[in-house]
Design a protein. Structure first.
Length: 219
């Protein structure tokens, strides 16, 4: 018997149960099946305005565009105004693929980053208003390396994908993927930063030093 098994045996003995009681098993199965919510704070009921305010408070930058067709021009403007090279790496997200990148002079590379890319663009799975957080799922559409390795990360967020709270993101994951959810779910709030050394705030400590959000379809 393993140490883990011994711990569970002790717990069952103290509770005077065996673990095979039908009501207890049914309660566990119901909880796993129904995924009940806990208490959600009032700020979790916010929407676009709350998300934008919280994202800016977390040191991200943010611009809005009317539609997906306006995204490439905004990305090109951001790189130009930030005095960054007109290079960009992206995955195979069909939402990004459908945008008119050919109307810009950006030099676009495809696929995961090997750590030598300065700029990357991804499309968010969702965003959480209460903390200004982006939810990014892994896969060839939006490789996780694009979230971590380039110095400058541009994230395209569609207004319809902004939810109030974290629980709503997990609801969306279950609806979209069922039991076969992506291997990695990254929550990103602002650019990477740390003040571990002498309490001096350093951007880009563990990831991108800039996070720019392009919010599409906000009206």
């Amino acid at each position: 018997m393993s140490a883990r098994d011994e711990i569970f045996v002790g717990l069952r003995r103290s509770l005077h149960v065996t673990g095979n009681e039908a009501p207890r098993r049914a309660a566990v199965e119901a909880r796993l099946r129904e995924s009940p919510r806990g208490i959600v704070p009032a700020r979790g009921q916010g929407g676009l305005e709350t998300f934008c305010a919280e994202a800016l408070r977390a040191a991200a930058t943010l611009t809005t565009v009317a539609s997906a067709d306006d995204v490439p021009a905004e990305v090109a403007r951001y790189l130009r105004d930030s005095n960054l090279p007109a290079t960009l790496r992206m995955g195979a997200d069909p939402r990004l693929e459908a945008m008119p990148w050919g109307a810009t002079t950006l030099d676009i590379a495809r696929g995961a980053s090997d750590g030598h890319d300065l700029n990357a663009v991804s499309a968010a799975f969702a965003a959480i208003a209460e903390t200004g957080t982006l939810a990014m799922v892994s896969g060839p559409d939006n490789p996780t390396t694009l979230n971590m390795l380039p110095d400058n990360h541009i994230v395209v967020l569609f207004a319809k994908d902004v939810v109030g709270d974290f629980e709503s993101v997990f609801d969306r994951l279950r609806r979209r993927y069922g039991k076969e959810i992506p291997r990695t779910l990254n929550f990103i709030t602002g650019p990477s930063r740390s003040a571990d050394i002498e309490q001096t705030l350093l951007f880009g400590a563990h990831g991108p030093r800039r996070l720019h959000i392009v919010l599409a379809g906000a009206g």
